[in-house]
Write a protein that binds this ligand. Structure first.
Ligand SMILES: NC(=O)c1ccc[n+]([C@@H]2O[C@H](COP(=O)([O-])OP(=O)(O)OC[C@H]3O[C@@H](n4cnc5c(N)ncnc54)[C@H](OP(=O)(O)O)[C@@H]3O)[C@@H](O)[C@H]2O)c1
Length: 345
């Protein structure tokens, strides 16, 4: 099949770069437009971007001219990697014009008829797009906050077996989660910063929607209380989460580890180009997972669970998620692939 042209908006940012790298050689999509702010518009991509990823800028895009965000984009698919305030303004305009918009931003994640997807966990929620705003010829699909991508992936399989009541989550978040601007401004060397703007609210609000049940035109939230504490730590990429999961009395650490070990997404999801056969890796070594060693497994799409311990009704564990890939660029790409596999462009 001929490849589908896509636009990457926010192409010079931390997530945008990871997406441009992931799209290089993609079997279904080809990058047609690279869009960023006025600062970058008109420059060659290689001159506009401060490339922070391993390897060099993909040669097929390095000499492309970066477009201004006011450009009338012609691609059927827009991959949006801009901040939430800009997304709130632009994404509905693109949807109104008929584009399929796949967004990393938080602006529409909790909108009742916008899917908030982790395909391995809640692919059925994609059906919400049929109830989209009446003025939208296209639609918006979102992926969760980068920590939530790891948290909900870990909780999802457990909710199929037990009722969960409460989750305490402490995050140790990499600096690339702050984006390129934030990164430059963070006093992170020799430091831990005990607050990340807006993060704890997202950890409380997004998982109940992802883990919830589709009921007609809305999702009924999964009734779990989440108690988060978020910290920025001097790690380049990869967010680590320490969880205490409270639920049914027959949920033991051993059984929870088995559930994670046995977890497989539906065949059609894992066969998507960015899908992985085993999206959860369970570690028995007491000193794993570690971001520096483990974050890149499965091209960054694997969520790691280790240090599984505790007692009946209360399971403790450590989760690692690659914030730029499973938590952002890989997530938006997987959602776009899911959409195209269900409704060809
Ligand atoms: N970093 C993560 O781990 C992560 C994870 C999940 C979700 N997200 C979300 O993904 C989005 C992007 O995050 P990021 O970390 O990649 O941020 P970033 O590194 O700060 O990049 C922001 C991008 O937006 C562009 N931009 C800024 N103002 C613009 C404007 N007025 N018009 C058009 N483009 C504009 C920037 O272009 P210039 O270079 O021209 O300024 C840049 O390409 C945010 O919503 C963030 O919350 C991030």
């Amino acid at each position: 099949m001929s490849r589908i042209p896509v636009a990457v908006v926010g192409a010079t940012g931390a997530v945008g770069q990871a997406l441009v790298a992931a799209l290089h050689g993609h079997p279904w999509f080809t990058v047609e437009a690279l869009v960023a702010s006025e600062r970058s518009a008109g420059l060659k991509y290689r001159d506009a971007v401060r490339w922070v990823l391993p390897g060099s800028i993909p040669p097929d895009v390095a000499d492309r001219t970066v477009l201004d965000v006011t450009t009338d984009l012609q691609t059927p698919i827009i991959l949006s990697c801009i901040d939430a305030s800009l997304a709130r303004e632009l994404e509905p305009q693109w949807a109104q014009r008929g584009h399929r918009v796949f967004s990393n931003a938080s602006a529409f994640r909790l909108h009742p008829t916008v899917p908030l997807l982790i395909p391995e966990v809640n692919a059925d929620h994609y059906a919400l797009v049929q109830y989209r705003e009446s003025t939208w010829k296209g639609f918006i699909v979102t992926n969760p906050n980068c920590c939530v991508a790891g948290l909900a992936m870990a909780l999802g399989p457990l909710t199929k077996r037990w009722s969960l009541e409460r989750v305490y989550v402490t995050t140790f978040q990499a600096v690339s989660g702050a984006g390129l601007q934030g990164l430059a401004a963070l006093p992170i060397a020799d430091n831990v910063i005990p607050w990340i703007a807006g993060e704890e609210e997202k950890l409380q609000k997004e998982p109940p929607k992802i883990l919830g049940w589709l009921q007609g035109a809305r999702v009924v939230d999964y009734p779990v209380e989440i108690i988060p504490s978020c910290y920025r730590v001097p790690v380049r990429h990869g967010h680590t989460l320490a969880l205490v999961i409270e639920g049914d009395a027959d949920m033991t650490p051993e059984r929870a580890a088995e559930v994670w070990q046995d977890f497989r997404p539906p065949d059609w999801v894992r066969q998507l180009p960015s899908g992985v056969g085993r999206p959860i890796r369970v570690w028995t070594e007491v000193d794993r997972p570690q971001p520096a060693l483990d974050r890149d497994e499965g091209q960054g799409m694997v969520v790691h669970v280790g240090r599984v311990r505790g007692q009946a009704g209360r399971v403790l564990c450590t989760v690692l998620v690659h914030n730029l890939i499973r938590g952002a660029a890989g997530a938006v790409l997987l959602n776009a692939e899911l959409s195209v596999s269900l409704n060809p462009v």
